[in-house]
Write a protein that binds this ligand. Structure first.
Ligand SMILES: [Zn+2]
Length: 332
């Protein structure tokens, strides 16, 4: 039995037909975790859909109304990049409920993983890039409303910039001084780290600069990575960003958006990380959080490997990494 919970439902499947987004990945991750004996049936919790009230903590009433009544304009549906259906709405409400459940369990068990979610391109008033509802933001706002947390930090390691996250949590920002750690970053790499002051949620995005989305609203820390960056440089930048962030901000909850698409064989990504490098990335985030006693809620976001099994392996490894890092915290 795992020392933490996994949140999953067959309802996470996105009914989008043949699509670059492998909607069946959630079920395959669930099945692989069981088959590989990483987890057992009792490790999984089944989420309830988020309530409309929860969704409205982040999203505008007019947008939510359009989703509930199927009245998006053709342009809005195009921007979503997945075909609209009432079933799709249900799947996103469920993913948001899953992230709320995972966040609550992270507070109890130090870590919890939603085998889904991470829809970081959703904005308050529209969806884009396969993301209709920002489940992570909904979970943060719900826990804040319930007085369970005051602050949170999002650590977005999907290959694409977390534009929705940055926009939602922008709040009032003031430019801050250049990071003292910038000079300590890997030498030859032309990657850039940008910094802005955070509100009650500190947002970090580590992403490929030359990739979707074209407009990248500022996160609290943005690390704009050049094309083709490999494991070592990536891990150094992540380490650097986490250290800088945690010098500036003390979160009550860390929301790790563990995209599988920085993988070298991803169809929508242009970085060069290996499957082993991605597992080290997960371990790094978990070790940092554990060392500082910050609860971690994990969501999976993107993953478009040529071979879907690679995407499944990368996501399963995130659970394995959590198990390895948090396993010995159960003893009492
Ligand atoms: Zn992505």
């Amino acid at each position: 039995m795992l020392p933490f919970k996994l949140v999953y439902s067959d309802g996470y499947y996105l009914p989008i037909g043949a699509h670059v987004f492998p909607a069946e990945k959630y079920r395959r991750i669930h099945d692989r975790l069981i088959e590989a004996r990483v987890a057992e049936a009792s490790d999984f919790l089944t989420p309830e859909p988020a309530s409309d009230q929860d969704i409205l903590l982040v999203h505008r009433p007019q947008y939510v109304h359009k989703l509930k009544t199927g009245t998006l304009t053709a342009r809005e549906e195009l921007e979503l990049e997945i075909p609209f259906s009432p079933q799709l709405v249900d799947a996103f409400w469920l993913a948001a409920g899953g992230s709320i459940l995972a966040a609550n369990h992270a507070l109890k068990d130090r870590v919890a993983v939603n085998i889904g979610g991470g829809f970081h391109h959703a904005f308050p008033d529209h969806g884009e890039g396969f993301c209709m509802i920002h489940d992570v933001a909904v979970a943060i706002r719900r826990l804040q409303r319930d007085d369970k947390i005051r602050t949170a930090m999002t650590v977005d390691c999907d290959v694409h910039h977390g534009n929705g996250t940055a926009a939602i949590f922008a709040g009032v920002r003031v430019p801050s001084a250049p990071l003292p750690s910038t000079s300590a970053a890997p030498g030859a790499s032309p990657a850039k780290m940008r910094n802005a002051h955070a509100g009650d949620v500190f947002t970090i995005s580590l992403h490929q600069h030359n990739n979707y989305p074209l407009w990248k609203p500022p996160s609290s820390i943005d690390v704009d990575l050049p094309d083709g960056i490999g494991d070592d440089d990536y891990l150094a930048w992540l380490d650097n960003a986490l250290s800088s962030a945690l010098r500036q901000f003390e979160p009550d909850l860390l929301c790790y958006i563990a995209g599988a698409d920085p993988y070298r064989e991803d169809q929508l990504g242009g970085l060069d990380l290996t499957i082993e490098g991605l597992k080290k990335r997960d371990e790094l985030v978990f070790r940092v959080a554990r060392a500082r006693d910050i609860p971690v809620m994990v969501t999976f976001a993107g993953g478009y490997a040529q071979n879907v099994e690679d995407t499944v392996t990368i996501h399963c490894n995130t659970v394995v990494a959590a198990k390895e890092v948090f396993a010995d915290t159960m003893s009492c």
